[in-house]
Design a protein. Structure first.
Length: 217
């Protein structure tokens, strides 16, 4: 099989995998109570293995398309803001690496051969890793799409992993702190948690012009 046909076949497998897992998740999640409280009870039902169960669920999240925001909040409810952040980041980074490697193995060759030259520089060095950091930081950006996209790019795995850790940690903490505040029904803590989430949206927006200037250079 020639390289072009092989790359096309791999990319077809990649799209098929994403479509199959998304379809399966759609039917399964329809019968699962998607609330932070329900996820908390499910996780804590594992007793001493609850942290491992949560990390495993977080790691498999891109495949089962479980809402990341729900898991971040549930981590705060179940383990508090600090350990909740730790477990969420461990599982989130494992999930990010898995999706990155999957996309790289099956789809990168096909995409890179068809990517316009004007977009090539967006993947190089610190700039590509900076985009990964930026999109993992902003709470409203879908993490799975970012991770699959990074796997299709030329961003090196070490740079990618560090960028994910840097962006995902404050995101996980903000949601975990919010979940912990919900558990204690503390109005002041809820307001502080809401302000933290707002900052994660506003701060990147304030630096957007600076980033755009770098991209255009």
């Amino acid at each position: 099989m020639d390289p072009i046909a092989r790359a096309r076949r791999r990319f077809g497998l990649f799209l098929g995998f994403v479509l199959l897992t998304a379809t399966g998740a759609f039917f399964v999640l329809r019968h699962v109570p998607l609330t932070p409280e329900a996820v908390r009870e499910m996780i804590l039902g594992w007793g001493a293995l609850a942290p491992l169960a949560f990390i495993s669920l977080m790691t498999l999240r891109p495949i089962i398309f479980f809402p990341s925001i729900l898991l971040f909040i549930a981590a705060g409810l179940a383990f508090g803001p600090w350990f909740g952040t730790l477990y969420a980041v461990i599982g989130g980074v494992l999930a990010a690496v898995i999706t990155y490697l999957l996309a790289r193995a099956l789809g990168r060759e096909f995409i890179q051969a068809r990517l316009p030259a004007s977009l090539q520089r967006f993947q190089d060095g610190q700039l590509g890793a900076g985009l990964v950091f930026f999109f993992n930081l902003v709470p409203i950006v879908p993490i799975t799409a970012v991770n699959y996209g990074a796997g299709l790019s030329r961003v090196p795995l070490p740079h990618y992993t560090l960028a994910v850790i840097g962006g995902l940690t404050p995101r996980a903490f903000a949601y975990g702190f919010f979940g912990d505040a919900l558990l204690h029904t503390d109005v002041r803590r809820l307001a502080l948690a809401g302000a933290g989430l707002a900052l994660l949206v506003l701060i990147p927006a304030l630096f957007r012009k600076r980033w755009l200037k770098r991209w255009q250079q």
